[in-house]
Design a protein around this ligand. Structure first.
Ligand SMILES: Cc1ncc(COP(=O)(O)O)c(C=O)c1O
Length: 376
């Protein structure tokens, strides 16, 4: 039997989510823009899903847009809020997901936007002081990952929002990895990204919430759906699904977080004790409860992944997007880890509802690394 410990890459769809979605794929299939009974049933499900999401995010229903996932939400937030503001300075960090970095790069190349990468320390933490040094009055947006997808470091979102707001600048939080582990409401974010497939909803579902009346330039032009901010007939079943998944994740969050943190700490300690030279990457305590990420200097990370899979454990080198590439992770490099060491990275990410001991898994990791090491 295989144990899947790559939940930061994606998760299976939860039965409760499938069950909530099914009626909107079959019986209530209408177009929510249609003014007949079939369409109105779909429109009311969409309204309901929006209100449920808004409650979890601490936003208003009208702030919530449904998108195709984290990548689209990050593109829309960054391009939409920067271009909507009429200002030409963006602040982010070098450890963000590619969808953030590439959106920033696009704005720099085609719209003359100046991008400042606020420095993170060796744990991947952006301090409020470092952010304060990077923000200025003409900054259009600060875009920060709430929790890093490769090393799991969690940022103090509320403190960073306060710094941005002191300068009158809105904060976008990429909460793709945070959802289900960290509180999303009350952090002071003006825009929030969530991806359905990381929390038990289908791939191709996402959320972007943008507070109030912040000027926003849409990515998709066409019909006036989503209050003119995202054209195209909405995926009603997908919206119902992600809303259900987010509600469940929020209801279970305290429980999941407490349990996973203990299991993860024991796992990390056992791996570090068993593998000479192994290092935990990211922040030692301010990290996602479900993430344990290591470098094993001198040992090829991709070979360890193959060896682990042969022994029944599925994990990854850090980011699904970079999997299989020989390039050292941009996140680990930004944390000051040497390129050769960065290429030895292995990341284990637990599902939210995990309950089993990881002692045997840690022992298997120790054996796998030792087997790869002894082969040279
Ligand atoms: C932090 C972060 N942001 C954005 C994304 C992109 O989300 P999606 O896969 O839904 O496009 C990911 C995906 O891994 C992520 O981890």
């Amino acid at each position: 039997m295989t144990l899947y410990l790559d939940n930061a890459a994606t998760t299976p769809v939860r039965p409760e989510v499938l069950e909530a979605m099914a009626p909107y794929l079959e019986r209530y299939f209408g177009n929510p823009s249609s003014h007949h009974e079939v369409g109105e049933a779909a429109a009311s499900a969409l309204d309901d899903a929006r209100a449920r999401v808004a409650r979890v995010l601490g936003m208003r229903a009208g702030d919530v847009m449904f998108t195709s996932g984290g990548t689209e939400s990050n593109n829309a937030a960054i391009k939409g809020l920067v271009l909507g503001s009429g200002k030409t300075h963006l602040v982010t960090t070098a450890i963000e997901h590619e969808s953030v970095l590439a959106s920033a790069d696009y704005l720099a190349r085609l719209h003359g936007v100046e991008v400042t990468y606020a420095p993170v320390d060796s744990t991947g933490t952006l301090t409020p002081a470092a952010l304060a040094d990077s923000v200025r009055a003409e900054t259009a947006l600060v875009s920060i990952g709430y929790a890093n997808n490769e090393v799991g470091t969690v940022q103090d979102a509320a403190a960073l929002a306060a710094v941005a707001h002191e300068h009158g600048v809105p904060l976008h939080l990429d909460a793709v990895q945070a959802a289900g582990w960290l509180p999303l409401a009350g952090r002071g974010a003006d825009a929030v990204t969530v991806a359905g497939h990381k929390i038990g909803a289908p791939k191709g579902t996402g959320i972007l919430a943008v507070r109030g009346r912040l000027p926003f330039e849409p990515l998709l032009h066409g019909g006036g759906q989503e209050r003119g901010r995202r054209a195209g007939t909405p995926d009603v079943a997908g919206a119902v699904g992600i809303a259900r998944a987010l509600e469940l994740a929020e209801a279970e969050r305290a429980d999941d977080t407490a349990r996973a943190s203990l299991l993860r700490d024991a796992f990390v300690a056992r791996v570090l004790a068993g593998v000479p030279g192994a290092r935990l990457t990211g922040h030692p305590s301010q990290r996602l409860p479900g993430t344990a990420s290591f470098v094993f200097p001198g040992i090829n990370g991709e070979t360890v992944l193959l060896e682990l899979e042969r022994r029944g454990i599925v994990s990854s080198s850090g980011s699904a997007c970079a999997a299989g590439s020989d390039e050292a992770s941009h996140v680990l490099l930004a944390l000051g880890i040497a390129p050769d060491d960065a290429r030895t990275a292995v990341r284990f990410t637990l599902p939210h509802r995990f309950t089993a001991s990881l002692d045997a898994v840690a022992d298997t990791v120790v054996e796998a690394v030792s087997a790869v090491g002894s082969r040279g």
